[in-house]
Write a protein that binds this ligand. Structure first.
Ligand SMILES: [Mg+2]
Length: 369
């Protein structure tokens, strides 16, 4: 290995489609399976893995567009590789599929560099903390009372996670009564002390979101995610100015520019960022710095085992989302998936990279490409 680092030899890809353990829905979407595109980057006798929860189309972006600017370049040139990938997608549009493909590759490259150096990603990044606080996230609108009780009590009583989030805004905001009944149920299940968050996934209109938030405050709800569409920055800012819970958004921030727009428009009390969407670890760090400059905290969206490392490295972290679907897939697919007991994830300092080893035989039955 030279000081420049070995060249990236190849980017291999795999697509997995994993059925959910029950039908799932939020305010604006229903689903029964999750697609993961996994990237393996090889250099110097090591391999790094990264992934995004996306559509299979992201695989073609990796092989047809990104591999050409990554393969052959030093595996240590992470900033240069991130910039090269961002430039390569100019004509196909960076937002959405391309951003998720870039994210998966960038994550694989961070895992690869850490493995080449024989250290965890947290060591490369520089730790602020060892333990990363998480909140349990699920509470789908498709769940009945028994399913909701079982999931929320599992997090709060069994796993000792002191904060949870449920979905509201059922049927594009068309079932406010059930939304509030489910919030009341959640508060009943988790008791008075655990923090209660809600996510409307953009289901409400601005005025409706303000009216709903007034009632949410009665149940001690402190986090109102995407009360209106994240495309409506002015609407988010209006809601934020009129409600007690913190307003959060950012899961569709596909680059630094998207995060800047959310911050500059006064749309959020806490910026959400997702390493599997925003451009990987590289862009996550820049987004977190941007938020810090405006005295905002960051909450990591989904993919908990990747975010545990990134979140350990940013001073202005609030928490990481321990999302039901993704933690389930990561437990199924990887040795090294972290345990959220006590409400924290603690990256293992003895494991290199992200500390995750693919259980290839277990994953293979879900392989679609
Ligand atoms: Mg959300």
């Amino acid at each position: 290995m030279t000081v420049d680092g070995p060249s990236v030899l190849a980017l291999d890809t795999a697509v997995y489609v994993v059925p959910t353990d029950a039908p799932e829905a939020d305010g604006t979407l229903a689903w029964d399976e999750t697609t993961m595109v996994l990237v393996t980057a090889r250099a110097g006798g090591e391999q790094g893995i990264g992934w995004s929860y996306t559509a299979a189309a992201a695989q073609s972006v990796v092989t047809d567009v990104l591999a050409g600017v990554v393969v052959g370049r030093s595996a240590f040139d992470l900033a240069g590789l991130a910039e090269a990938m961002a430039r390569a997608v100019r004509n196909i549009g960076r937002e959405g599929i391309a951003a998720m493909a870039i994210s998966a590759v960038d994550i694989a490259l961070w895992d690869l560099e850490a493995r080449l150096l024989g250290c965890p990603v947290t060591t490369l990044l520089g730790r602020v903390r060892r333990d990363v606080p998480v909140y349990g996230s699920g509470g789908f609108t498709s769940y009945d009372e028994q399913q909701t009780r079982r999931q929320l009590s599992g997090w709060v009583e069994k796993d000792r996670i002191p904060r949870v989030k449920i979905k509201i805004g059922e049927a594009w905001g068309g079932n406010e009564r059930r939304d509030l009944e489910r919030v009341a149920l959640a508060r009943d299940v988790i008791g008075p002390d655990a923090e209660l968050f809600v996510d409307a996934n953009g289901a409400y209109s601005t005025g409706q979101a303000v009216r709903v938030a007034r009632q949410l405050a009665d149940y001690g709800v402190t986090w109102f995610e995407e009360p209106v569409s994240s495309d409506d920055l002015a609407g988010l800012a209006v809601v934020r100015s009129q409600v007690l819970p913190d307003v959060a958004a950012g899961e569709y921030s596909w680059s630094l520019a998207g995060s800047a727009r959310l911050i500059d428009s006064g749309a959020v009390d806490c910026l959400q960022l997702d390493v599997t969407r925003c451009g990987g670890i590289s862009e996550f760090l820049r987004g977190a710095a941007l938020a810090a400059a405006s005295n905002l905290q960051v909450s990591a969206h989904c993919a908990p085992n990747l975010h545990a490392h990134a979140a350990a490295a940013i001073p202005n972290l609030r928490h990481v989302e321990y999302f039901h679907d993704h933690q389930r897939i990561e437990q199924m697919f990887f040795d090294g998936a972290l345990d959220p007991h006590g409400g924290v994830l603690t990256p293992d300092p003895a494991r290199p990279g992200f500390g995750m080893e693919l259980k290839a035989a277990d994953a293979e039955r879900y392989r679609h490409g």
